[in-house]
Write a protein that binds this ligand. Structure first.
Ligand SMILES: Cc1cc2nc3c(=O)[nH]c(=O)nc-3n(C[C@H](O)[C@H](O)[C@H](O)COP(=O)(O)O)c2cc1C
Length: 734
C-alpha cells in the first residue's frame, strides 16, 4: 500500500475520531493555562521544609500538600467531615482560594481518554493515536515527495486553496502532532496495563513511638534538602495515628519519614517506566509549562482544519480523476492499458482505444501507469505515456519507470505509444525510456514504439490501422479529443511591438474572473500560477492547446504573456488580434521544474526574444532582492527589447542586480552567447557561489547557450549536464 493510500484512508476513516480527540485535547490544554493564571507557582529554589512550615501555619489541619503540574501549591484538609482543597501562596502560606480537581468538566477528560466508553474506549483512543502517528509519517513522506526532498521542505506550495492549507498547516504542526501521538501511545501503554509503571510493593513502615513530640516539618532534614520544584506530593502524618509517617513523592522517587526522629525510614527510586511516563505526561498535556500547553491546544484544534481540508482534497481528486467507462476487473481482462498523463488528454486516447477493443470483443482494464502489472488473463498490454518537463514522466507516474525496471519480463507483449510535442528537445523521451526499459528487461511488443505529435488524431488512427493488422481484427481508432476545462480570461492591456522584424509581437495582460471561496477550496476555476508556469490557450475552432510561458504570478493580480506572431499560426494570430475586453479560453499547466527554488543563491537568467517573459516574471517578484543577473538577447533594442522599460526600472530598484544585453542586428552586436563569453569570469564566479541558471528562448538559442556555458565552466570542472543533475539548470524552450 502506498503512503498516499495509507494517508487517504486513515484520514477518511479515523479522521473524525482524530478531530474529536484533537478538539477535546485543545480544550484540556486550557487547564494548565488557567491554573497558571489562578495561582502563582512556587519558586523552584524554595525548600519543602519552609513550604510545610508556612502551610501548616495557615492551615493547621492540612493533610496533604500537592505541587500541581503548573507549579501552584494545593493543600488538602478536612473541616469536620468536609474535605477541602485550596491554593496556597507559597511565599507566605496565605490561602488564595478553593481548588477544584479540575476546572475542566470531567467528562471532557473522559471523552478524550476513553470516548466515554471505559476500557474499550481507551483501546479505541490508543488506536486513534496510532493512526495519528501513521498519518504524520505518511504526511511527511508525501510532503517530501511533493516538494522534492528535505532541502525543499519550505518550497512554495501549489494547488487549490484546500491543498495549500493542508500542506502549509502540516509543515507548521507536523512535528508537534507526531509527538502528541507518540506520547499518547506511551501513556496508553500504561493505562491499558501493557506496561507496569511500578510493580514494587510499598514498604511496611511506622514511626517509632518514643513519647517525644512530633518533629516540626521545618526541622526534617529530608525536606530541608528537597526543593519545591522536585516535589510532587507530601502527606502529613495524621493526629489520630501515632505510628503514621510523613510520605514524600518527588520526581526521583518516594520516601517515608519518622514523625518523631525525622529519620528517612525507606526510599524507593522512581522506575524507568515511571520517568518515561512522567515525560510523556508533561509533553502530552503541557502541564509543566503553559506556553507549551498553548502550542498543544492550537495543534489539537488544527486537526479539524486538516480533516476538513483533507476531505475537500479527496473529493476534488476524486471528481477530477479520469474515469474510464466500461472497465473490466483486471483479473478478468485480456487487454490491459496503462496511462501516464499530466494534462489528461492521453486518457482520452486511452478511452478511445479501450472502447474500440471492447467493441471487437475484448475485456479491457485501463489504469494509471503506476499500477503497471500483468495478470494471468492478460494477452496484450498497452502503455500510453505523455512526456513532461525535460523528457520526464507526468507527476503521478514519477516512480513507474523504476518499478517497471525491477519487474521480471512476462510472456505478454507490452506495446508503448508515446505522446509528446516535437517542439520540445526531448520528444516523447519518457515513452522512449519506458520502451527501452521494457525491452531491456526482456518484454516483447506487438508493435514498435510510436510517437504521437501534438495529440494528432490522424497519427493515432494510423497507429490503429497497424494495430488492427497485428491483432488481425477490424479495429478503428477514431479519436475525438477532449477539451480541457478552461476559464475565460479577459484582455485588459497590451503593449505592441509592431516592428519586430516582420513578425509583430505583443505583451498581453489578462484578468481572470473572481472565484468564490468554495471554488477556490476545491481548485475550480483558474489554478494558481507562478511566473514560469504555462498558460494553455485554446484558439477558437481548435481542441489542441498552445502553451505560453507566464511573465507574471498570481500575486501580481494579472496574467501576462509575450506573444510573437508565427506565420500561419492559429493561436498567435488569434491572440495578436485581440482587443481590450476580448476573452480567451485558457487553463494553467504548472512547470515546476523551471520554477525558482526559494533560497538566497544568486540566479542567472538567460533569455532571448519573447523567451524573456518568464524571466521578467521572476525579477518582478524579487521583492527580497535576491541577486539576479539577466542576459538578454534580441535583434534591435528599438524593436524587440521586450519588457525593456520595466527591466530598466527593476535594475534601478534593485530587483535586478545586473543586466547584459546582446543585439544581433546592430553594428558590432552579437548573441546572448557572446555576452556570456564576454562575462565568463563573472559567470564562473556566480556559478562557484552556487548560482542557479534558467534559460528561456528558442531551441537553437538554448543549445548555443549550453555549449557556451560548457566552455565557460570548464575551468571549474563543471558542465551544464552536471548543473542539470543538481537541479541548478533548467530550460524552457519553444
Ligand atoms: C510543461 C510541458 C512540458 C512538456 N514537455 C515535453 C517534452 O519534454 N517532450 C515532449 O515530447 N512533449 C512535451 N510536452 C508535450 C506533452 O507531452 C503533450 O502535449 C502530451 O500530448 C500531453 O499529454 P497529457 O495531456 O495526457 O498530459 C510538454 C508539455 C507541457 C505542457
Amino acid at each position: 500500500m502506498s503512503w498516499k493510500a495509507i494517508h487517504r484512508w486513515l484520514g477518511l476513516t479515523v479522521g473524525v475520531l482524530a478531530v474529536l480527540l484533537g478538539l477535546t485535547g485543545a480544550f484540556l490544554a486550557m487547564d494548565p493555562v488557567q491554573q497558571a493564571w489562578e495561582a502563582p507557582s512556587a519558586p523552584g529554589a524554595l525548600p519543602v521544609s519552609t513550604l510545610v512550615q508556612r502551610v501548616i501555619h495557615t492551615i493547621p489541619a492540612a493533610e496533604e500538600i500537592r505541587r500541581l503540574p503548573s507549579g501552584a501549591i494545593a493543600v488538602f484538609s478536612f473541616a469536620g467531615d468536609q474535605p477541602e482543597a485550596s491554593y496556597v501562596n507559597p511565599a507566605d502560606g496565605t490561602v488564595l482560594g478553593a481548588w477544584h480537581a479540575s476546572a475542566v468538566p470531567r467528562w471532557v477528560k473522559n471523552l478524550h481518554r476513553s470516548l466515554l466508553l471505559g476500557d474499550p474506549g481507551r483501546w479505541a483512543a490508543a488506536g486513534v493515536a496510532l493512526a495519528m502517528g501513521l498519518l504524520c509519517i505518511s504526511a511527511l513522506m508525501l510532503l517530501l515527495r511533493r516538494v522534492g526532498g528535505w532541502r525543499r521542505l519550505t518550497a512554495r506550495v501549489r494547488g487549490s486553496l484546500a491543498q495549500r492549507i493542508h500542506v502549509v498547516a502540516g509543515r507548521v504542526v507536523l512535528a508537534v502532532l507526531c509527538l502528541t501521538a507518540i506520547t499518547a501511545l506511551t501513556m496508553s501503554a500504561s493505562t491499558l496495563d501493557l506496561v507496569a509503571l511500578d510493580t514494587r510493593i510499598e514498604p511496611e513502615v511506622a514511626s517509632l513511638v518514643t513519647g517525644r513530640p512530633d518533629l516540626p516539618g521545618a526541622q526534617l532534614a529530608t525536606l530541608q534538602s528537597l526543593m519545591v520544584k522536585d516535589l510532587r506530593q507530601l502527606n502529613i502524618p495524621g493526629a489520630t495515628d501515632p505510628q503514621d509517617t510523613w510520605k514524600v513523592v518527588t520526581t526521583q522517587g518516594r520516601g517515608w519519614i519518622d514523625r518523631y526522629s525525622g529519620q528517612l525510614l525507606a526510599w524507593q527510586d522512581a522506575t524507568v517506566a515511571q520517568r518515561v511516563y512522567d515525560w510523556a505526561l508533561v509533553l502530552h498535556t503541557g502541564e509543566a509549562a503553559w506556553p507549551w500547553a498553548v502550542i498543544l491546544g492550537l495543534t489539537g484544534a488544527s486537526v479539524l482544519l486538516f480533516w476538513l481540508s483533507g476531505v475537500v482534497i479527496w473529493w476534488q481528486v476524486r471528481s477530477q480523476a479520469p474515469h474510464i467507462t466500461g472497465n473490466s476487473p483486471p483479473t478478468q481482462a485480456d487487454v490491459l492499458i496503462f496511462v501516464a498523463s499530466e494534462g489528461g488528454s492521453t486518457w482520452g486516447f486511452a478511452q478511445t482505444l479501450h472502447d474500440a477493443l471492447r467493441k471487437s470483443g475484448h475485456r479491457v482494464y485501463t489504469s494509471p501507469l503506476e499500477d503497471f502489472r500483468t495478470t494471468a488473463s492478460a494477452r496484450q498490454v498497452f502503455v500510453l505515456a505523455a512526456t513532461y518537463g525535460e523528457g520526464q514522466a507526468p507527476a503521478h507516474a514519477s516512480h513507474a519507470l523504476k518499478h517497471i525496471a525491477m519487474l521480471n519480463a512476462g510472456a505478454v507483449p507490452v506495446t508503448v505509444l508515446g505522446f509528446g510535442d516535437r517542439l520540445f528537445p526531448s520528444f516523447c523521451a519518457y515513452a522512449e525510456a519506458l520502451d527501452q526499459t521494457l525491452r531491456a528487461r526482456g518484454w516483447s511488443s506487438l508493435l514498435p514504439l510510436e510517437r504521437i505529435h501534438q495529440q494528432s488524431g490522424q497519427q493515432f488512427a494510423r497507429w490503429g490501422v497497424a494495430l488492427a493488422q497485428a491483432l488481425g481484427e477490424p479495429l478503428v481508432l477514431e479519436h475525438v479529443p477532449r477539451v480541457p476545462a478552461t476559464v475565460a480570461l479577459t484582455l485588459v492591456a497590451r503593449q505592441d511591438y509592431p516592428d519586430a522584424f516582420g513578425q509583430a509581437a505583443a505583451i498581453l495582460r489578462f484578468s481572470w474572473p473572481i472565484q468564490d471561496l468554495g471554488a477556490r477550496l476545491r481548485g475550480r476555476g483558474l489554478a494558481r500560477f507562478a511566473a514560469g508556469d504555462l498558460v494553455g490557450i485554446l484558439p477558437p475552432g481548435s481542441s489542441v492547446p498552445r502553451y505560453y510561458s507566464l511573465a507574471s504570478g498570481w500575486e501580481d493580480g494579472f496574467l501576462e504573456i509575450c506573444v510573437r506572431h508565427m506565420s500561419g499560426g492559429l493561436c498567435s494570430t488569434h491572440l495578436l488580434g485581440l482587443q481590450a475586453g476580448d476573452c480567451i479560453a485558457a487553463f494553467i499547466r504548472s512547470n515546476s521544474g523551471f520554477a525558482l527554488p526559494r533560497s538566497r543563491q544568486p540566479v542567472l537568467l538567460i533569455g532571448a526574444g519573447t523567451g524573456v517573459a518568464p524571466l521578467a516574471g521572476f525579477i518582478r517578484r524579487n521583492d527580497r532582492r535576491r541577486p539576479m543577473h539577466l542576459y538578454f538577447g534580441g535583434r534591435d533594442p528599438t524593436r524587440d527589447f521586450y519588457f525593456g522599460p520595466e527591466i530598466q526600472g527593476w535594475l534601478a530598484d534593485g530587483r535586478l542586480t545586473t543586466l547584459q544585453t546582446a543585439f544581433s542586428r546592430v553594428p558590432g552586436g552579437g548573441y546572448v552567447q557572446d555576452a556570456l563569453r564576454r562575462e565568463a569570469e563573472r559567470v564562473r564566479d556566480l556559478i562557484a557561489q552556487g548560482a542557479i541558471v534558467r534559460v528561456c528562448g528558442s531551441r537553437a538559442m538554448a543549445q548555443g547557450v549550453a555549449e557556451t556555458l560548457d566552455v565557460v565552466l570548464a575551468p571549474l570542472r563543471l558542465s551544464v549536464s552536471a548543473l542539470r543533475a543538481k537541479e541548478r539548470y533548467a530550460e524552457d524552450v519553444f
